[in-house]
Design a protein around this ligand. Structure first.
Ligand SMILES: [Zn+2]
Length: 119
């Protein structure tokens, strides 16, 4: 399914290097240095929603879904290239590579400590 753009060629689609549930650190923008859990990944637009990052106040009216109106904090998506995956083994922000296991599965690997990040 082609991505709809108003003009110009389709943007380059890189696979997003993080998945929901990963811990990431923000490496640019106003939330630089913050760590948080990935809540959602939006591969089509190469963006991720990270807990506590890029939070803005949102004014909501009470409706059937939201019974309590008011001002709530809402995370918005940040570009996936602005976050770095935090390795669950060495607990450092690390670049990742893809490696193939003996059984043929392709998993992410921490380039810092060499540890496999997926089961
Ligand atoms: Zn590591």
């Amino acid at each position: 399914m082609p991505l709809k753009t108003r003009h110009g060629p389709e943007p380059v689609r890189r696979p997003v290097h993080v998945r929901s549930g990963d811990t990431v650190v923000v490496i640019s923008g106003k939330d630089r240095g913050k760590r948080g859990k990935v809540l959602r990944v939006l591969p089509k637009v190469n963006r991720v929603v990270v807990e506590g990052v890029n939070v803005s106040k949102k004014h909501v009216r009470p409706n059937q879904k939201v019974l309590q109106g008011g001002i709530i904090d809402q995370e918005s998506a940040v570009d996936a290239s602005n976050v770095m995956l935090v390795c669950r083994s060495c607990h450092e922000p690390a670049r990742t590579g893809i490696t193939t296991l003996e059984d043929g599965r392709r998993v992410r690997r921490c380039k810092r400590c060499g540890e496999t990040l997926d089961r």
